[in-house]
Design a protein around this ligand. Structure first.
Ligand code: FDA
Length: 301
């Protein structure tokens, strides 16, 4: 990242929320469940599946963690009631991981149990590296008991290959992504080629050990490489899928669908959109620059 983009990334949190929303709402289905469901239906008509994320993270009070779990359970009942082709994605920091491992553990299990009752899948997002070990520990526990749980692994983390080796005997369900949090070089690869190489190494391990892979990227090079690997698997490729974020990489969708692969879109919604939006804008310096230009024209900006 050049110094201008770095400065931009650092200043984004200081900008008015109205400006951030104007730029970032393309990444978010809306504030309500109804809006999120409308997005799921629209994507479904175009042949895609969904994973719904109730926005919110870094909860520090037990009642807030409990409320997040309850909200997910209500959401799961509505998804099933309307027979929507969607699972859910959860963050352990929303279930209390920042203040109590026990809370995250119990509420994650409750959410997965609830999803099982409703025949739905739960993906545990991977957050910053302070939560990696806990997230994998909780996933290991859940994977041994429930078939409807999966976890994300980040290709930029140096530890991920070793972490995956430990999970392989479980035939794990892994969403592979590059990784979005700011990590030091001691923990994360910084070179984009190295991250790509590690992504493909992790993908090969999942595919060759009977795991299930969700290839979560908008990088055309990785998409082509993954398509080639899945093509070689023949009919078995149907166990695996691609995933993309709402509002990102739409031009790549037809390539995946026309290759006969499943594509699931990550659909975040809800009033707590700010932290997620900042992460997306940081990955899109051009859009972030528009936000800054808007700010300079903003009354009082
Ligand atoms: P890269 O960053 O190289 O982007 C490839 C291309 O995509 C860019 O050239 C650009 O065209 C487009 N693009 C990417 N971001 C954009 C944006 N914000 N706006 C517009 N265009 C954009 N991370 C994590 O740490 N933990 C997690 O649990 C998850 N979960 C997750 C789920 C799903 C379904 C996806 C797709 C991604 C995640 N991620 C994640 C985020 C992931 O780690 C990564 O930060 C982004 O996907 C961007 O990386 P790409 O692989 O797309 O490559």
């Amino acid at each position: 990242m050049n110094w201008f983009n770095l400065l931009l990334a650092r200043s984004l949190p200081l900008l008015p929320r109205g400006l951030i929303w104007r730029a970032a709402h393309r990444y978010i289905a809306g504030l309500s469940v109804e809006e999120a469901f409308e997005t799921v239906r629209s994507l479904s008509r175009q042949g895609m599946k969904a994973t719904l994320d109730i926005l919110g993270e870094d909860v520090f009070e037990a009642p807030d963690a409990r409320a997040a779990c309850d909200a997910y359970c209500r959401l799961l009942a509505r998804i099933a009631g309307e027979n929507l082709p969607s699972g859910i994605s959860i963050k352990l920091s929303q279930l209390g991981a920042r203040f109590s491992e026990e809370s995250a553990f119990q509420l994650a299990e409750e959410t997965v149990r609830c999803a099982q009752i409703h025949g739905r899948f739960v993906r545990i997002d991977m957050e910053d590296s302070s939560l990696t070990a806990l997230t994998l520990g909780i996933y290991r526990h859940l994977a041994g008991k429930y078939p409807n749980a999966g976890v994300a692994l980040q290709a930029y983390l140096r530890r991920s290959a070793g972490d995956l080796d430990e999970l392989l005997p479980l035939r794990p369900d892994i969403r592979l992504c590059k990784g979005i949090y700011v990590e030091p070089e001691s923990k994360a690869f910084k070179d984009s080629e190295e991250i790509r190489r590690n992504f493909l190494l992790l993908l090969d391990k999942v595919l060759s050990h009977g795991g299930r892979a969700a290839v979560a990227t908008h990088d055309p090079i990785l998409v082509e490489q993954a398509l080639e690997r899945l093509r070689r698997l023949g009919p078995e490729r149907e166990r695996h899928e691609f995933q993309m974020l709402l509002g990102v990489g739409e031009a790549l969708r037809p390539r995946i669908l026309s290759a006969g692969c499943r594509l699931r879109i990550y659909i975040p919604f809800g009033p707590k959109w700010h932290a997620y939006s900042l992460r997306r804008l940081r990955e899109n310096p051009r859009l972030a620059q528009y936000v800054l230009k808007d700010f300079l024209r903003w009354p009082g900006g």
